[in-house]
Ligand binder design. Structure first.
Ligand code: OOB
Length: 569
């Protein structure tokens, strides 16, 4: 249990409150998933211990010059768990982690899992606005960051976040800590081993939703549901002890974490190679040096790799599987993968809320190049429905809704300010039968493969990075010159989509640069800042008087095709 509150507004939620705020699966589905062997009774703490016993001196992880065996990893996990406990962290305390790709991330995850503290996975690209929101929504007790990366000082951000979030007692820094606690100092504490959490059905961590509304939602995942998703991923991706997986995408994202990602590959007894950045020049050298067999990328990076590989002069022959997902891979790019990189392509259509679809490694090439795969579990219930939640005729396009043994039954119900009733978001995001509304528009082929055709959610998918339109709109509305605003996706040949803001101004029209700077200064992640601003007198309206984003998107498309055509002349 956490400490007694001194003031209601700064009080950290207790274990019971956290459990209450995380919707659980109905009991009959819990029984089904246990009976069918999906949910087994192994926590991640116990899993790491078992892996160390089974694989001992086998190499688990390579990060630069550092090589850790499974036994080394387990020892570090134990040591860090003791250090975190010494710092006062205990079961159910939320810890926001924001680290670049480095081995400390893996160690910290397992140390927190073992302790039963709940990591909240922020991305390195998040900035003060997002990190503050995560800390506040989760009533986090600690924040784990690195000192600097990519020219950004995370400690300066942490100072502001700590100022704003009263529950945040600890900032732990990987690197030069200044006034905060160094991560390294936490490895030095002796004492009794940390006891594992009591049940595999306990909460394990929070992922973050891409967001469709004002702010990203926290996604509660449990040891047993996530463990199952790893096992199914390992089967679909044929992970063995010979797998050498390059962690190229940001490690905290659900894709490189669990599809099969670093957790799946460790569970399978393989080896992780951690790439600090996903650029071809850094990754190709690692692939050659470590004989990497598998990696995962978002489509823009896959295209960059495809363009860079022919002249790179590195030996990529060990690479067997390139997974691409997070956003739609166009079939023209998909077709280039096998001939250019000499490996198999696997399309991955997944979501942090659960459901993951894979193309089979040995599926017919045309199926791999043109579909986003099929649900990985036989117990995934996947429906393609119309606006009234009725199944569309076979082969029709509709809304994808799903439930199953590793798809959450609800988001964390954050305490809300204002008039919105608590939990309102879950009522919209889930059907009465507990199906998650993915917000994706799909078509299902006769053999059960999904083709992503579009999206209903008010989101921009910037090459795999998700941007909730409403979040950016709310920020822009805070600017004096912005009377009204609508944020939409504009087509882009490289990223698929970029963020565009249509603005109705108040007074003089500001320069786009000024608005972009305004958003960055408010601490919004840079990838969310619109790359194009269009100024309008008034918005086109729908029949019921709402802003017609459809009309705005069409304007952009028309512009885009016009520009494209004139470039082609
Ligand atoms: C992955 O997870 P999220 O939570 O960042 O985003 C999920 C959304 C999906 O609902 C869909 O809109 C889009 O990203 N998406 C794709 C896609 N994969 C994801 N859209 C088209 N084609 C694809 N292949 O992005 C994620 C999580 C686990 C594994 C892979 C991706």
């Amino acid at each position: 249990m956490t400490t007694t509150p001194s003031c209601a507004s700064v009080r950290r939620a207790t274990l019971d409150e956290i459990i209450q705020r995380c919707p659980d699966y109905p009991s009959e589905r819990q029984r089904l998933y246990r009976d069918r062997g999906c949910w087994i009774d192994e926590t991640f703490g116990a899993m790491m211990r078992r892996l160390a016993e089974t694989h001992g001196t086998r190499e688990a992880l390579v990060d630069g010059e550092l090589r850790l065996s499974y036994a080394d990893l387990d020892r570090r996990v134990d040591a860090l768990a003791r250090g975190l406990r010494h710092l006062g962290l205990e079961r159910s305390d939320r810890v926001v982690i924001q680290l670049p790709n480095r081995h400390e991330f893996v160690v910290a995850c397992f140390a927190l899992f073992r302790l039963g503290a709940l990591p909240v996975f922020a991305l390195p690209a998040h900035r003060r606005f997002e990190v503050e929101h995560f800390c506040r929504a989760a009533t986090a007790r600690a924040l784990l960051i690195c000192d600097r990366d990519g020219g950004f000082d995370y400690r300066a951000m942490a100072r502001e976040v700590r100022e704003a979030v009263p529950t945040l007692e600890q900032v732990i820094v990987c690197g030069e800590a200044e006034e905060f606690t160094t991560l390294d100092s936490l490895y030095e504490h002796e004492g009794a081993p940390v006891e594992d959490v009591p049940s595999a059905h306990d909460l394990a961590f929070f992922q973050l939703s891409g967001g469709t509304t004002g702010v990203p939602k926290l996604i509660p995942r449990r040891h047993d549901d996530y463990h199952y998703s790893l096992r199914e991923s390992n089967r679909a991706c044929a992970v063995t002890t010979d797998t050498v997986y390059l962690v190229a995408l940001p490690i905290a994202h659900n894709f490189p974490m669990s599809s099969p990602g670093f957790l799946g590959v460790l569970l399978g007894g393989g080896r992780l190679v951690i790439a600090p950045r996903p650029s071809p020049d850094e990754c190709f050298v690692l692939i050659e040096r470590e004989r990497v067999t598998m990696t995962s990328l978002v489509p823009p990076l896959a295209m960059l790799w495809l363009d860079s590989a022919p002249g790179a002069g590195t030996d990529l022959s060990s690479l067997d599987i390139l997974q691409v997902g997070g956003a739609k891979l166009v079939s023209e790019a998909a077709r280039r993968v096998a001939p250019t990189l000499g490996c198999r392509l696997q399309q991955v259509f997944g979501m942090a809320e659960g459901l993951v679809n894979y193309t089979g490694l040995d599926d017919p090439i045309e199926l791999i190049n043109t579909t986003q795969g099929q649900p990985m579990s036989a117990l995934d219930e996947v429906l393609v429905v119309d606006d009234d939640d009725q199944p569309v005729p076979p082969g029709g396009v509709g809304h994808l809704i799903t439930r199953g043994p590793y798809t959450i039954p609800g988001y964390f119900v954050a305490p809300v300010e204002g008039d919105e009733p608590e939990g309102a978001h879950n009522q919209c995001a889930f059907t009465a039968d507990g199906f998650y509304r993915t917000g994706d528009r799909v078509q299902m082929t006769p053999d059960g493969y999904l083709i992503v055709e579009g999206r209903d959610k008010d989101q921009i998918n910037r090459g795999g990075e998700k941007v909730a339109a409403e979040e950016v709109e709310n920020q822009l509305l805070a600017h004096d010159s912005v009377h009204d605003v609508a944020v939409v996706a504009m087509p882009d040949p490289y990223l698929g989509e970029r963020v565009c803001a249509f603005v109705v101004v108040r007074g003089e029209t500001p320069k786009p640069m000024v608005l972009a700077r305004f958003l960055r200064d408010r601490g919004l992640a840079h990838y969310k800042v619109p790359e194009r601003f269009e100024f309008l007198e008034a918005f086109p309206q729908t029949g019921v008087g709402k802003i017609s984003k459809k009309a705005l998107r069409q304007t952009l498309k028309a512009h885009w095709f016009a520009e494209d055509a004139s470039e082609g002349k």
